[in-house]
Design a protein around this ligand. Structure first.
Ligand code: PLP
Length: 442
């Protein structure tokens, strides 16, 4: 049945949506404030997913809205090829001051993009360009990981490991994958990082033996895989991947599009795990989701290696019309201020124990086969119904929404990632509503 305030649904081809199913029973949001959406019929929906892992400071932040409005009137757009504007430099400088791993990690060179997918393609291209610049031009292969998600560009789906993203489209040649780390048999219901699986990083050695290190430019992983079901790195895994990539002259890229900007209780996953890669991709929380934007943090070494040749030469032949967009920079600068003023980049650490206990209290409900939490993220894995993968998850999702809670499902895994302003009572509400929906879907 259509809601009362439903516009015509004919023309909008919706992304990552079963269009016909949705249009037969739409879910339409009309406004948002703090932890809540309001739907077109006035119903309140508690946001258990920070929109799409991006509204870390909560909705309707006036400081961000004011900055955006002011910037639109002051200067709506400025080209960024062979031109600049102060806000882009200012934002890059402020980001560098809060760069993943702090100043000592040296990830202080910032390349702006328009999204997470663009950040991924940018990082892959920078890695290949860097290898060429240091005389390693045969290193053009990029390695991803099974069950990784790196957006939807051809680069991102080629290194990604999500079969539905890959089965229809041709992929870049010269890509390969290390094994994923998901091992619910050995690691189920573990609180904290999984004990088993650090050795899975050694799979990089297999690919080095197969292809030759001299063909491999970079390996990209999400420190915590989000979109494929909240998969946590086993203890010691990222350290091992760092050591192996270094040993073989392979750059390490962390895709922090989800984990960046406070999601784990530290500013970045680099800080959480104490492992420093060569490139970090971000987007989403960069502007609190208010204006599309991404940013790639590159090491000073990489930037330095590319700043060679005639000064009139463009060092990296890459960029977007909207790289460093002034309105996005204004949103990002205001977002960073909100994060700092309210301590949001570390707030998840203070909430993590309550979050973990509350989410793990669901253990024992029918159909739950694993629960994983870290920072303010959770994955609740449900057993798939025979011959109907995803059906149980979809039922949980629609039931939660009907009752006023937004969750996200990937197949039969429920993923939660609320705004970092969440209070304990709201965590308890999420858990109680989700528990009811899981019982109904049994
Ligand atoms: N990388 C990761 C780890 C993501 O989770 C996502 C989106 O969820 C992306 C890249 C793609 O970002 P976007 O949808 O902004 O292109």
């Amino acid at each position: 049945m259509l809601m009362s305030n439903t516009p015509s649904l004919e023309n909008y081809w919706m992304p990552f949506t079963a269009n016909r199913q949705f249009k037969a029973a739409p879910r339409l949001l009309a406004s948002a404030k703090g932890m809540y959406y309001t739907d077109v019929d006035g119903g309140q929906v508690l946001d258990g997913t920070a929109g799409l892992w991006c509204v870390n400071a909560g909705h309707g932040r006036e400081k961000i809205a004011d900055a955006v409005a002011r910037q639109l009137i002051t200067m709506d757009y400025a080209p960024s090829f062979q031109m600049g504007h102060p806000l882009a430099f200012d934002f890059a400088e402020k980001l560098a001051a809060h760069a993943p791993g702090g100043k000592k990690a040296g990830l202080t060179k910032v390349f702006f993009t328009g999204s997470g997918s663009e950040s991924v393609d940018t990082a892959l291209k920078i890695a290949i360009a860097y290898q060429r610049a240091i005389g390693q031009g045969t290193r053009t292969r990029v390695i991803g990981r099974e069950r990784g998600y790196h957006g939807v560009g051809f680069g991102g789906i080629s290194v990604g490991g999500l079969v539905n993203n890959r089965r229809v489209f041709p992929l870049l040649p010269g890509t390969d994958h290390i094994r994923h780390t998901h091992d619910p048999v050995r690691n189920s219901f573990v609180k904290g990082l999984p004990e088993h699986g650090a050795d899975l990083a050694d799979d990089l050695e297999r690919l080095v033996a197969l292809h030759g290190a001299e063909t491999i430019a970079a390996v990209i992983v999400e420190p915590v895989a989000g979109s494929t079901g909240v998969l946590l790195p086993p203890k010691g895994y990222l350290e091992r991947l760092r050591a192996l990539s270094q040993k073989h002259g392979i750059l390490l890229i962390f895709d922090e599009v989800i984990t960046g900007f406070g999601r784990l209780g530290t500013p970045f996953a680099v800080d959480y795990f104490g492992v420093v890669p060569d490139l970090v991709t971000t987007a989403k929380g960069l502007t609190n989701g208010a204006v599309p934007m991404g940013a790639v943090f590159a090491s000073e070494t990489i930037y330095g290696a590319l700043m060679h040749g005639p000064e009139s030469q463009i060092e990296l032949f890459h960029g977007y019309t909207y790289s460093g967009h002034p309105v996005a920079c204004a949103a990002g600068l205001a977002t960073l201020e909100v994060y700092q003023e309210e301590g949001l980049l570390t707030r998840a650490a203070a909430m993590a124990d309550h979050w973990q206990d509350a989410i793990h209290s669901l253990k024992g409900l029918p159909g739950i086969v694993d629960i994983r939490t870290i920072g303010l993220v959770a994955g609740i894995e449900l057993a798939s119904r025979p011959d109907a993968v995803g059906a149980r998850g979809y039922d949980v999702f629609t039931d939660c929404f009907k009752n006023g809670l937004l969750v996200r499902v990937t197949g039969d895994i429920v993923a939660l990632s609320p705004p970092l302003i969440i209070e304990k009572e709201q965590i308890d509400t999420i858990v109680s509503m989700l528990g009811d929906a899981i019982k109904k879907a049994a």
